[in-house]
Design a protein around this ligand. Structure first.
Ligand code: SF4
Ligand code: SF4
Length: 396
């Protein structure tokens, strides 16, 4: 499938460009991009050591954390138990999140999936799509959340949306990188989504061009604004619940996500003033200490500092709302996980004596009774106001 060459990143690598706005919260006027991960190539393509999930776990485990977390141990499971969550089990299954593949037209440095234009092999096939539909039917979930990579690049994407949104009348979310909507094979999607009531959740690191292009590649910002205009033209981002447009931002450096409500107000004002585009909601997510963001932390010597920051900000009030408690995560090959993060770490779901269940074996009772697998990366979900597929968890 042709990819949009112009949307692939430049070779900015890890050039130091100065820190003006370290929180990425727009507090200071910008003349240079903030210090933070730059667009890169996939770790898989570079055969980087961190491609192996075990290596990532080793790096996290080696971090020497002082008096970390509520128990002072820096062990997520112990902090969970201390907060009264032992065992750590799911609530009601509401969402089936399907990662249809790792193929993407961009190569953002913070990507926890290690996606890129070279990840052509990992794409869900039609048989697995059908198995997902069977599992969705059994699950009773009201929402199907499609992610990737760029999910729109999977050849069965429109079939899957049609089956869920139209045939089953389920709420469908497309996690979109915006730039893909400006490529010729996908220009019809805003109108097509609007006709089916698909919610579009779009990643945009910042409303400033410098920040966004630095993290996602030169030219990304301009295409993203064009895509937002296309979505607005299709009725998205104007308060219609059937045309909901949500933006997702993540810090451009080793910092926690800022206050979601105040960032949303700031973003709405800035994008309306500068480009005349509107959206409905903003999610502010923490960067997870894994994959390409972990690689960047290692290069900066900031692994311990960032982990310590996450663990110090451990917030027990976020636990009940963690996405692993209401979401089934399915990988491109049909493997099941507790969340998309565990999926990228090959940290399989375990239930009922089955160490790596496949979507074709989905069993709602086994899911409800299983114990969710956690490790140190989970502190990324419980820091501050918390982070999940629905944005901040504890907004008190
Ligand atoms: S962060 Fe999103 S847009 Fe960027 S490479 Fe990863 S999947 Fe693609
Ligand atoms: S990474 Fe987050 S969502 Fe996944 S299991 Fe850990 S706490 Fe749950």
């Amino acid at each position: 499938m042709p990819l949009d060459d112009a949307a692939t990143p430049d070779d900015a690598g890890f050039i130091e460009l100065g820190t003006v706005d370290p929180g990425g919260d727009g507090a200071a006027a910008m003349t240079e991009p903030p210090e933070g991960p730059r667009a890169t190539t996939s770790m898989s393509g570079r055969r980087a050591p961190l491609t192996a999930p075990k290596k990532q776990f080793d790096v996290l485990d080696a971090a020497d954390l002082e008096n970390a977390g509520s128990t002072g141990t820096g062990h997520f499971r112990e902090d969970l138990a201390d907060a009264g969550w032992d065992p750590f089990t799911p609530a009601e299954l509401e969402i089936v999140q399907i990662n249809v593949g790792k193929l993407c037209n961009m190569t953002c440095k913070h990507c926890h999936v290690d996606s890129g234009p070279d990840r052509t092999e990992e794409n869900m096939d039609r048989q697995t799509v059908e198995q997902c539909l069977d599992a969705i039917d059994e699950s009773g979930a009201h929402t199907v959340d499609l992610t990737g990579g760029a999910p729109e690049l999977n050849p069965h994407f429109e079939y899957l949306v049609e089956q869920c949104a139209v045939e089953r009348d389920l709420h469908v979310i497309d996690r979109c990188n915006l730039t893909i909507l400006t490529t010729r094979p996908h220009e019809h999607l805003p109108e097509w989504f609007a006709e089916r009531g698909v919610e579009v959740v779009c990643s945009l690191p910042h409303y400033r061009q410098l920040n966004t292009d630095a993290q996602r590649g030169a030219g990304t910002y301009e295409k993203s604004i064009r895509a937002l205009e296309m979505l607005n033209d299709a009725g998205y981002g104007k308060g219609d619940p059937e045309r909901k447009l949500t933006l997702v931002t993540n810090p451009t450096g080793a910092y926690l996500a800022g206050d979601q409500d105040s960032l949303e107000r700031e973003w709405k004002e800035a994008l309306a003033r500068n480009h005349g585009v509107t959206f409905d909601a903003l999610m502010a997510l923490n960067n997870m200490p894994m994959s390409r963001f972990l690689e960047w932390l290692m290069e900066k010597g900031q692994v311990e500092e960032y982990l310590q920051r996450l663990v110090n900000a451990f917030n027990p009030a976020t636990i009940a709302g963690l996405m692993c408690r209401n979401t089934l995560s399915v990988a491109w090959d049909g493997s099941l996980y507790d969340c998309d993060f565990n999926q990228q770490l090959d940290f399989d779901m375990q239930w009922d004596g089955n160490d790596a269940p496949h979507v074709s074996e989905f069993d709602l009772r086994a899911w409800q009774e299983h114990s969710i697998r956690t490790h140190r990366h989970c502190y990324g979900c419980t820091a501050g106001a918390g982070s999940g597929c629905g944005g901040a968890i504890d907004e008190e």
